[in-house]
Design a protein around this ligand. Sequence first.
Ligand code: DQA
Length: 149
Amino acid sequence: MTQILLLHGPNLSQLGSRDPAQYGTATLDEVVTVAREQARAGAATLEHLQTEHEGEMVSRLHLARTDGTDAVIINAGAWTHYSYALRDALEMLDAPKVELHLSNVHARESFRSTSVLTAVCDGVIAGFGIAGYPLAVRAAIDLLDRRGP
Ligand code: DQA
């Protein structure tokens, strides 16, 4: 079965009450559930990690190189904009990678328009709130289908 790894970076644990105008009112559990349901519909399983610690996410990406992870969906939060460590860890990973954001990062403060991750991901989904999660799962499965066995 296809294994998708969904990663969330710092402050995304606070979804539901964090700046609802930007991020909506769904909690982290709710966005993960929506993603998991879409994965199930595509005959995939979804594992989730949220962490406030950059090194933990880097280590999880290293593990993903060998633990059977087929695709990664990553909402790296603010690390998106400056973490070369995450960028390098993603670059090492051969699996398809989808960068995901709840908000339209290009319509906000200028520092959010820069992502150091985009160049090492297959594509980006941003600005669709919780609806972006099933889109990201479908994109990951589609990328895997296109790669073939
Ligand atoms: C975010 C956008 C980032 O700029 C921000 O730091 C986040 C959330 C999003 O999902 O829209 O923490 O990744």
